[in-house]
Design a protein around this ligand. Sequence first.
Ligand SMILES: Nc1ncnc2c1ncn2[C@@H]1O[C@H](COP(=O)(O)OP(=O)(O)OP(=O)(O)O)[C@@H](O)[C@H]1O
Ligand SMILES: [Mg+2]
Length: 277
Amino acid sequence: MTAHPATEAAIRVRGLEKSYGKVEVLCGVDFDVARGSIFALLGSNGAGKTTVVRILSTLLKADAGTASVNGFDVATQAADVRESISLTGQFAAVDEILSGRENLVLVARLRHLENPHAVADDLLGRFSLTDAGTRRVSTYSGGMRRRLDIAMSLIGNSPVIFLDEPTTGLDPEARVEVWETVKQLAGDGTTVLLTTQYLNEAEQLADRIAILHQGRIIANGTLTELKQLLPPATVEYVEKQPTLEEVFLAIVGGSHKRSDNGAAKSGDTSDATGTSN
Ligand SMILES: Nc1ncnc2c1ncn2[C@@H]1O[C@H](COP(=O)(O)OP(=O)(O)OP(=O)(O)O)[C@@H](O)[C@H]1O
Ligand SMILES: [Mg+2]
């Protein structure tokens, strides 16, 4: 792999088209993702988010258009693209028969890392899976599998990470843990493209948000820019009610030990004012 100038976009997509049979899913998708930023792709079920991720990660060929990842063309330089990325698919890709730790060690070996066991233990700790690390994944809850899946995608420090609905099925605490990890990654210079159905997830995390609708990106901007697409706000007196998520986290966050064996991090979700930031 050759080095690429930091100014070049980490992901560049132009005129991407894809049909499945007669169903046109993408009909000219364009966007850029700056290096070290978090980009959220929003869209309803069936909008084509996973299709975009599969094309960018070289699992699927586009019918037309171009895309590059880390400076490499997904169609003609697929091997270089694969070296540059890691992917957490929409459905957990963990091996049920192995333990969480064994899954991590396996991936670290596949990525030719020097000390796979140390890498595994570090990630188990970061994802509150140390206690469950030696158990078979078949005994894990959905949230634990998801955390393990994301942990596996972090092995090898790829410059670009794709997360397809990383927090679907996670409880609010686990979701906040994933958000923190994603922010940390971007802070360390990793480029993150995530898809999500949770609008607040995009609000919390993303530097830029794009909305995929009927095969095209119909809006793309920072949260502030997207908010300006609506008419100016009128000032009204409204009693601010906490969201259900804030109530849940306030009640459960303070005293609760994760019932799935993850270590409870006291204090990190106990703020009764909620999870903002
Ligand atoms: N292999 C396939 N063969 C035929 N149609 C497909 C195939 N994969 C996806 N589709 C169709 O393409 C459209 C887009 O699917 P895609 O999985 O990209 O959407 P998505 O935005 O990820 O949806 P979700 O939010 O449900 O994950 C859907 O209508 C889907 O039925
Ligand atoms: Mg999808």
